[in-house]
Design a protein around this ligand. Structure first.
Ligand code: ASP
Ligand code: CP
Length: 358
């Protein structure tokens, strides 16, 4: 195989590369049959340690539509993970059977850990509450198709901004385009993590934080609603306090601009009332459909067009230092090198981005 590239964080590629993937997705949408045999003979492995409808099935459909084949599991308990096999060995084996591996895992940094030993390209399909870069490619395609631009947008994010990995990845990506401004709507408990806010500021973009969706909605070009991520809470009680705080309904939609679009990575629970589905500004079902085309473009770009990515680890290995994030993959996969980027008095874990003061 030629040089292996990985997509763990969208920033592994440049904005010019994201644009070329989105442009290719647009071309595939307009002439899908041209690409029907483009990946004949190639195999994609999908390792889903966490539930999924859209990501798993859109990746699988994408590969099948390109003429390739698929293997994998959607429930680790039916694989040898149930016998205690570690991530390294599972990845090593399945990457030997595949040309491209797509992984979703509940722990942060798991895809990066897998990529360290994989013998083929690895794509992060969601690592805990950390990142979800292929959802972001889907979101960028949706914005380009439906708003005509990735710049000069006021984008509102509402819901679980702490644990919502789609929010983290999209904020990082949209920070790279000129003139974007972000309005972050959440309860105090579920605010965007500091490292993402610092990223926005370092990119020269601005954000405001609100607790009221009614106050924020009239200002927005795009509203990105999210589900409260029940599976990331320490207790059911904490989740119960947060659920149902925000619900986008027809009354709130009347406060919005006539051309504001509503996006949502889905699944929806109660945060968007069903009647909103009939509003022409509701874009979430179309958005999910764009996901399949963008994944076709991504697979093609990685397998056939030799897209180059950044190195997986660029910091310093310090095995005597432990990441302080209990959800970091380094705590369960103990053989992993503890690798950190240093920024002043702070070490940043290269798997989960947790900051450790030294
Ligand atoms: N499906 C998205 C994810 O896996 C959003 C969500 O689950 O709420 O991150
Ligand atoms: N948007 C998304 O990732 O959906 P699934 O969790 O169903 O894959």
């Amino acid at each position: 195989m030629d040089k292996i590239s990985h997509l763990i964080d969208l920033n592994d590629f440049t904005p010019a590369q994201w644009n070329s993937i989105v442009t290719l997705a647009h071309e595939i949408m307009s002439a899908p049959m041209v690409y029907a045999g483009a990946c004949r003979g190639k195999i994609m492995g999908t390792l889903f340690y966490e539930p999924s409808t859209r990501t798993q099935m859109s990746f699988q459909t994408a590969m099948l539509r390109l003429g390739g084949g698929i293997i994998g599991f959607d429930n680790p308990s039916t694989s040898s993970v149930a016998k205690g096999e570690n991530l390294k060995d599972t990845t090593k084996i399945v990457s030997g059977y595949s040309d491209i591996l797509v992984m979703r895992h509940p722990l942060e940094g798991a895809s990066k850990a897998a990529a360290l030993t994989a013998d083929c390209h690895v794509i992060n399909a969601g690592d805990g509450g950390h990142l979800h870069p292929t959802q972001t490619l889907t979101d960028l395609l949706t914005l380009r198709e439906e708003k005509g631009s990735l710049s000069d947008l006021t984008v509102g994010f509402c819901g679980d901004l702490k644990n919502g990995r789609t929010v983290h990845s999209l904020l990082k990506a949209l920070s790279c385009f000129a003139g974007n401004h972000f309005i972050l709507v959440s309860t105090p408990e579920l605010k965007v993590p500091m490292y993402i806010k610092d990223y926005i500021s370092a990119s020269g973009k601005s954000y405001e934080e609100y607790t009221s969706l009614e106050e924020a909605i009239p200002k927005l070009n795009v509203l990105y609603m999210t589900r409260i991520q029940r599976e990331r809470f320490g207790s059911l009680e904490e989740y119960e306090q947060q659920k149902n705080v925000y619900c986008l309904d027809e009354r709130k939609m009347r406060l919005a601009k006539k051309d504001m679009i509503v996006m949502h990575p889905l699944p929806r629970v109660d945060e968007i009332a069903i009647p909103v589905d009939d509003d022409p500004r509701a874009m979430y079902f179309k958005q999910a459909n764009y996901g399949m085309y963008v994944r076709m473009a991504l697979i093609l770009s990685m397998l056939d067009y030799g897209l180059e990515s950044k190195p997986l680890l660029s910091g310093k290995v310090m095995n005597t230092v432990s990441c302080t994030n209990p959800k970091c993959i380094t705590h369960t996969e103990k053989y992993l090198p503890h690798s950190f980027r240093r920024s002043g008095d702070v070490l940043e874990c290269e798997y989960c981005d947790e900051r450790i003061l030294i």
